[in-house]
Design a protein around this ligand. Structure first.
Ligand code: GAP
Length: 462
């Protein structure tokens, strides 16, 4: 599907192109096209060192907001392969489809409901079906779930699916959690994990891929308070992105129109970010009602209810679901942080990430590779890294090393120089202001670690 584009007349535009982000990711080892030595495999990506650290930080902040900063959510890690009946009950087997049309001439496949976003491969000025030789089949429904087989025999009895969302793993564990976690509504079950969708038109880098990570939380509530919790979680999830530094002017909430709602939803709002491809969904918050628990109760024969001791009655809780993508969130944080500026006649590229998201917090750099500076810097590095993710870098000119750290978003650079050897102080360089101050080595790790908990706003806000 083509993503919406920004209207330059009415909307702010992203200051960075997707190509610039892709190039930075490749250059600095965040994200690579997968299977590259074999020519790549459409829209699959591998995360390199800094990409892993950044995405881990995004997921860590999500867990922090779900588990550490509140006590009404518990964690789960369910299997990717689930009983095939799960997908019958959820509606995915029958309904998780896109209509596709094949062209008998060029053998290409198109989303029949999005032909206006595609081009005829033989005559790109035409839409599929418009060229003189186009010969489209009638649309057929194509299920987006990846099929596989469990066990050695490949027949219909062994068919299983890679999960297309993590949510169903939560619903099928509702009974386990209510029994063993001793929680009562309102409470939530949170999970992060891979999901798989055989998207017909993936694209725009890691924005839409066939294998991706979701961060989903199902919040079970008494029916009477479902709307209140829906509003609460919509605001809370919007605020989470702002707290982590995304500029509020480039974020918006978009309630779905009635004809856009999924079959299970009585209300959905998307948190959208102004990506370089235009306003696009970062996360959806849905009021799923009692659809999922009722479906799984019917298909499994298990009672999926909560017994309210005070009222002496059982009921099926309603569900509010904030569903986010870890890859898409990491991409948004990178896009929002990307900046360039002229410094002493040279262009500096810098990722102005929230320090808590930055893959590396501190770079410890000996000014030169002699006079005992590397040894002194190494001792400091060993101390700092006990508290913070840190990097020791002694290769190349100091300017080059700073530029490398700027491009991976390291908020603090610590340089060990001649004066350090005399008085045990170092130069502390701030990534964003470029200010340099003299700091005692003693307690430096603790002081920088404390700064991670301070409120932070993007320097791009001015
Ligand atoms: N359980 C509800 C659900 O899965 P969704 O809107 O289909 O809802 C939730 O997915 C989030 O997962 C999206 O907002 C997006 O961030 C992420 N996501 C979905 N499909 C994706 C894809 N093909 N590639 C990357 N991220 C995706």
């Amino acid at each position: 599907m083509a993503e919406p584009t920004a209207d330059p007349a009415t909307e702010p535009a992203s200051e960075v192109t997707l190509d610039e982000i892709v190039a930075l990711c490749k250059r600095r080892g965040f994200i690579f096209p997968s299977s590259e030595i074999y020519g790549g495999l459409g829209s699959t990506y591998d995360y390199g060192h800094y990409g892993v650290l950044l995405k881990n930080n995004v997921k860590g902040e999500w867990w922090r907001s779900m588990l550490m900063e509140r006590d009404d959510v518990v964690a789960l890690d369910s299997a990717i392969l689930q009983h095939p009946r799960v997908w019958e009950a959820s509606g995915h087997l029958a309904g998780f489809t896109d209509p596709l049309a094949d062209c008998r001439t060029c053998k290409q496949r198109f989303r029949a409901d999005k032909l206006e976003d595609a081009r005829c491969p033989q005559k790109p000025s035409k839409l599929p079906g418009e060229g003189p030789d186009c010969d489209l089949t009638d649309p057929r429904e194509f299920n987006l779930m990846f099929e596989t087989n469990v066990g050695p025999v490949k027949d219909t009895a062994s068919t299983a699916y890679l999960r297309p969302e993590t949510a169903q793993g939560i619903f099928i564990n509702f009974k386990n959690v209510t029994q063993f976690a001793r929680k009562k509504p309102p409470f939530g079950i949170a999970q992060i994990g891979k999901s798989f969708r055989n998207e017909i038109t993936p694209g725009n880098f890691v924005f839409r891929t066939r294998e991706f990570e979701q961060m989903e939380m199902e919040f079970f509530v008494p029916p009477a308070v479902a709307q209140t919790w829906f509003e609460y979680w919509t605001q809370e999830r919007f605020d989470w992105y702002v707290r982590l530094g995304i500029r509020p002017g480039l974020l918006r909430l978009r309630p779905h129109d009635a004809d856009e709602l999924s079959h299970y939803s009585s209300g959905t709002s998307d948190v959208e970010y102004l990506f370089p491809i235009g306003w696009s969904e970062l996360e959806g918050i849905a009021n799923r009602g009692d659809f999922d628990l009722r479906q799984h109760a019917e298909f499994s024969g298990e009672k999926l209810e909560y017994f309210d001791q005070e009222k002496g009655e059982a009921y099926v809780p309603h569900v509010i679901e904030p569903a986010a993508g870890a890859d898409r969130a990491a991409l948004a944080f990178m896009v929002d942080a990307y900046d360039t500026e002229e410094v002493e006649g040279r262009t500096r590229t810098v990722l102005r990430l929230h320090p808590r998201l930055a893959p590396v917090k501190v770079a410890v750099l000996p000014l030169v590779s002699k006079e005992g500076m590397p040894e002194k810097a190494r001792v400091l590095f060993e101390d700092v890294r006990r508290r913070l993710p840190a990097e020791f870098d002694e290769g190349g000119s100091i300017g080059k090393r700073y530029r490398r750290q700027d491009e991976i978003g390291t908020p603090w650079g610590v340089t060990v120089d001649g004066q350090t050897l005399e008085d045990d102080t170092v130069t502390l360089r701030d990534r964003d202001t470029l200010e340099q101050s003299r700091e005692p080595i003693e307690g430096l790790g603790e002081r920088l670690a404390a700064r991670l908990d301070e409120p932070w706003a993007s320097p791009k806000l001015g």
